[in-house]
Design a protein around this ligand. Sequence first.
Ligand SMILES: *Cc1c(COP(=O)(O)O)cnc(C)c1O
Length: 418
Amino acid sequence: MHHFHYRDDQLMCEEVSIDRIAEEVGTPFYLYSHATLTHHFQVFDQAFAGIPHLVCFAMKANSNLAALKLFADLGGGADVVSGGELYRALKAGIPSRRIVFAGVGKTREEMDYALKSDILMFNVESPQELRVLNDVAGSMGVTARVALRINPDVDPKTHPYISTGLKKSKFGIDISVAMEEYQVARELRHIQVVGVHQHIGSQITEVTPFVDGLVKVVELIGKLRDQGFTIDYLDVGGGLGITYKDEDPPVPRVFAEALIAVVKDVGCTIVLEPGRVIAGNAGVLVTRVLYTKQTPAKHFIIVDAGMNDLIRPSLYGSFHSILPARRKDGRETVLADVVGPVCESGDFLAKDRSMPPAEPGELLVVMSAGAYGYTMASNYNSRPRPPEILVKGDRYFTVRERESYEDLIRGERIPQYL
Ligand SMILES: *Cc1c(COP(=O)(O)O)cnc(C)c1O
């Protein structure tokens, strides 16, 4: 469910025509729907209403301050994976005790910052990290609340780049040695064990891998309690998939029912870390056609957004539906590659796509770009990153400005010896 629909052949975001925004802010730009973000968050949150839980939005999917503020006001927390994300979460007003911190490469500085901020817990991913965290906490005279991130060795059946819970993955601590690591944690004076964490991957479209991982983790919690550990939090991670094309992922209610069946008697607060399922279909990337070009082999639609703006098609071969902002009847479709201006053959938004024949100046809307869109954007080819716009009802607001050429060279210096 989302709030991007045609009205009189004009693609609208809620009550605002995308065409109008493009006239006023220029292209390309990211566009988010307040109603969709809110609806997705609430549906997900309410699906778990029957059990004690906390929804920590996975910020790497979309870290715009306005979106984070919106989730904070709905009772949400944040799953952060860097000091920078922690900074953003706090700036957006997310209470520190609703923040969890994952990632295989946390630095001492990041640990120091998170301890000072008094976050809910660290999701620790290796024995060495556990010792360094103990050391940092000790030097500050505090204790660090931790969950160990357990790798349950399940196949999430998704793209290899976003599978994180397989035995060969860099993430987490193998479940076979988890008990030993918990024993180590208990001996460390500045570590307080409070939970168990898992996160098995992203864009997962079945419940089975979640349930399989969770069954193993719940079993582990039983063993930990037998050994006298207090486990208050079970963090089940994120990863629920969305429909980009014809995927048919379980809706949050079905997902929640399957998970709750496994965890209902475990007596923990369940932490959830959804990213894509909240933000993915709540945002689009709007781009303008610059040229069309027919080569002996192909038809190209050249647009003003490229892989630096949205890298998912190039990086994962992802499918994003592309719609005209203004629908016209009676156009026969053509098979086209929709490509950007970046000097790379991998710079495409769609390949061999059946499209209405686009004309220069026409607006195209790349759907499902609200997650892992702007957050993965770069300045490659010295292209300023696009603005982000948030629509609410019949209003819109630029929640992040378009970068300027000056922004591109900010912080750069030419040394005297040149
Ligand atoms: C990326 C990530 C998530 C979010 O994954 P989605 O597929 O966007 O829901 C949650 N938790 C952790 C630890 C992550 O790295």
